[in-house]
Design a protein around this ligand. Sequence first.
Ligand SMILES: Nc1ncnc2c1ncn2[C@@H]1O[C@H](COP(=O)(O)OP(=O)(O)OP(=O)(O)O)[C@@H](O)[C@H]1O
Length: 506
Amino acid sequence: MPPAAHAASPSLPLDAEGIHALAARSMFELFSSISQGMFLIDKSGRIVWVNDSYQRFLPALGLQSVDDFVGHMVEDAIPGTQMRRVLETGQPELIDLLTNRAGTFVVSRIPLRDDAGSIIGAIGIVFFEHPQTTLRPLISKFAQMQQDLDDARRELAARRSQQPHNGAGSGQRRAKYTFASFIGSSPAAAEVKRQARRAAQSSSPVLLLGETGTGKELLAHAIHAASSRAGGPFVSVNIAAIPETLLEAEFFGVAPGAYTGADRRGRDGKFKLADGGTLLLDEIGDMPVNLQAKLLRALQEGEIEPLGSNRLVPFDVRVLAATSRDLPEMVRAGRFREDLFYRLHVLPIRVPPLRERRSDLPALVEALCEELALRNGIAPPELLPDALALLAGQPWRGNIRELRNVLEQAAMRSDSQSLDAARLARVLREAGIVPAAAAPLAEHLPADPLAGDAHLLRSLPQQVAELERRAIAAALRAHGGNKLATARTLGISRAKLYERLENPDR
Ligand SMILES: Nc1ncnc2c1ncn2[C@@H]1O[C@H](COP(=O)(O)OP(=O)(O)OP(=O)(O)O)[C@@H](O)[C@H]1O
């Protein structure tokens, strides 16, 4: 039975048993006062006691008074509760997340036993409500630590691959994404994936052109992962992020003895690190003109000259380049070498902005919400139809990166799991975006409205293949990835489905 809610009596005998009883009682009182709420159930699962602070959750649970709570079976009063599991297993659950109509909570469930060790009931404790906001500092700290750990691991891998007995091709730098990571089945997304898959089969340079945040880097990873070099390293260098004076060493490396001090031993450049694999030259439009000539020479000769050395070192690297700048315009203005442009422009791929593939928005939102929920340890936010329509109306100049940031901010600032248009509009304004009018939900449209009929002016087999791809993707989504159910819905055999999935371009 619930202990009295007053301080422990000083008259208790202070033998071992008495101290134990005192400790148990003060722990109970401590938890009752520091937590957001606490209740007890008996061994049948009936609620027998609730403390005062818990009672403020009752209206959100749809209950009028304590009488609707105490005396009722726990699962009737608290949707989604796992208290019965504790009665059944006898195992405490020290920390768990519970989400129901009243919100998301960090909870503890502790079994209660009698002197003979039999379960006589359980204590339910709510430690935090709205962990998305109350635990935010903790979650951010954890995310930061995770980031630091990832950085340290990358650094370590980079150092190892620079050591002479552990070659750069040891495969520690792997692609982070595959084509499956590129979400979207709109005509524009399907076309860019088709071109990128083709590019993966070739060894020529690829130039990824598109606005910021459209997924150029993601596609570069995917091209590498699907290419014959997938077993080799994938190395990326962000030219815009490196000071001009350090770029040459970063690209081509430094010979031993070229510098005094810490760098005396020499250092491999990105071309060496990517040997046997793929090198992404990200933000190639930011390459200083004097280095453009050196890069062109390296690409033409297949050899680099580390700083401070007079030796040419051959490399075996497949080069991908990406930029959000207007490279042809830069060539016209004399800010980018024409010969280097043509050297890189062998397989150009234009990655479309989000506003040209608005019909991908629902799928992107779903994938991004799941990703951010996993990363932040929260339940994935759900967007109500008016919220999706609002997102569909925005120009998204920062594209998918901007969409992801907006969703993350909305999820972190919201106490509820479902997000409506009003809440999102507030987040957009706080992010400095004046919300544009909502647009009809893309999934109700026959095709991408901005694409007009242009997507129909292609060969029929191409369009049929595309329709098949979209139908397969939609059926897979509807069946949560279950291939047998997908094949049944589409009226094809499972073998045929696998064949199509493996070779979507047929
Ligand atoms: N089609 C997509 N599906 C899922 N996520 C995507 C997609 N495209 C981009 N993203 C995500 O959006 C973010 C930005 O993508 P990425 O860095 O590849 O863009 P970018 O075009 O290289 O941008 P920048 O030019 O600014 O470097 C990444 O987190 C990426 O995972």
